[in-house]
Ligand binder design. Structure first.
Ligand code: TRP
Length: 337
């Protein structure tokens, strides 16, 4: 029998990442690892948030280099640039355009309440610029331009997503439906990876102790060394339990990289010391990152390919973005020609 029903549009997921440092194993196991399978089930956009990066002063050559590297890294995750849209934010002028419009629908008071703004104002007290204040409205523009249904966000970005929802609802309330109101994307539970030196705090790319975090581009030797010096406890028994933060963290990483359950891991290392376990964890991480690192080495030296993908991403993103921007401008009352 003929099927007359139009296929339902896949839900759209959007995520951008700032190009300011090489991401860690924490970013990978907590988010990136799922992006390839997410891109099978959803209509996905992935972007490098280079416009956001300049809310803090950047050295021009470094910004250019890091943005390109982050873009190459996104491709290295196995995202298909023909299927998903992989783009550089600054290549799509509609982001800045919509940001301005949304600034006029955002209250000074609500932007002032953003914890990240308050934190960054303290950290960069000599450069509290208007862009830093408008950071969340630029993020709202990123999301709303594409009528995104879901946004995978970490805890630190929840407040910005909540603000985005408020702006969208307010605009729709004043002018009639223009924007999809986005929801947080709750994907497969990724691992929450902790610091290798202080397993009670999250692994962070800005940790001053280089032994605390594993970068996605660390060599196998560096990875092995960092796991060998990971902080554990004195019990010398591989088991998941309260108070064993270091071992719990290593077990969670190992489980994520190998697919083994905690019980299987406890059996595998019964009667063995932490030394053997640490080596096994490091090896599983090296294997986990190998395909990504191989792809990265290929892409980062292939400027022609990167440029081609960026151009394709910008073209596709900008086509979608323009539709929303036109609709929004018309509703506000701008004269169209
Ligand atoms: N602010 C986000 C972060 O620092 C990055 C970002 C910019 C983003 N625009 C976005 C994330 C849109 C999700 C959706 O992590």
């Amino acid at each position: 029998m003929e099927n007359n029903t139009a296929p339902e549009r896949k839900k759209r997921v959007l995520s951008l990442i700032q190009p300011t440092a090489v991401p860690t194993l924490g970013n990978h196991l907590g988010a990136f690892k799922n992006w390839q399978s997410m891109s099978e089930d959803y209509d996905c956009l992935f972007g490098v948030a280079d416009l956001h990066a300049i809310t803090v002063r950047q050295e021009p050559a470094a910004l250019r280099k890091q943005s390109t590297e982050m873009y190459a890294l996104l491709l290295s995750l196995g995202l298909d640039p023909d299927k998903s849209i992989v783009f550089m934010q600054s290549h799509v002028p509609q982001h800045a355009q919509l940001c301005w419009l949304l600034n006029c629908y955002t209250q000074f008071g609500e932007a002032s309440r953003m914890t990240q703004f308050k934190e960054k104002s303290q950290k960069h007290a000599d450069n509290i610029n208007l862009g830093l204040f408008a950071y969340p409205t630029l993020m709202a523009a990123d999301i709303l331009l594409y009528q995104s249904d879901f946004v995978p966000v970490g805890a630190d970005q929840k407040q910005h997503l909540e603000l985005t929802r408020n702006i969208a609802e307010r605009f729709n309330g004043v002018h009639g439906k223009c924007f999809t109101v986005p929801e947080p994307f709750i994907g497969k539970a990724g691992a929450r990876v902790m610091s290798l030196q202080d397993p009670t705090s999250k692994m962070s790319k800005s940790d001053p102790n280089p032994k605390a975090s594993v970068s996605l581009l660390d060599t196998p030797e560096q990875i092995m060394k960092k796991f060998k010096s990971a902080v554990t406890d004195s019990e010398a028994c591989v088991r998941y339990a309260d108070g064993k933060d270091g071992i719990n963290n290593l077990m969670s990483i190992y489980s994520c990289c190998t697919g083994k359950s905690y019980e299987e891991i406890e059996n595998e290392f019964a009667g063995k010391g932490y030394g053997d376990f640490k080596v096994a964890v490091a090896e599983s991480v090296i294997e986990e990152l190998r395909p990504l690192q191989e792809n990265y080495k290929r892409f980062i030296n292939d400027t022609a390919y990167l440029n081609e993908c960026m151009a394709k991403g910008a073209e596709k993103a900008s086509r979608l973005a323009q539709r929303t921007l036109d609709k929004c401008m018309k509703k506000i009352g701008f004269k169209q020609i």
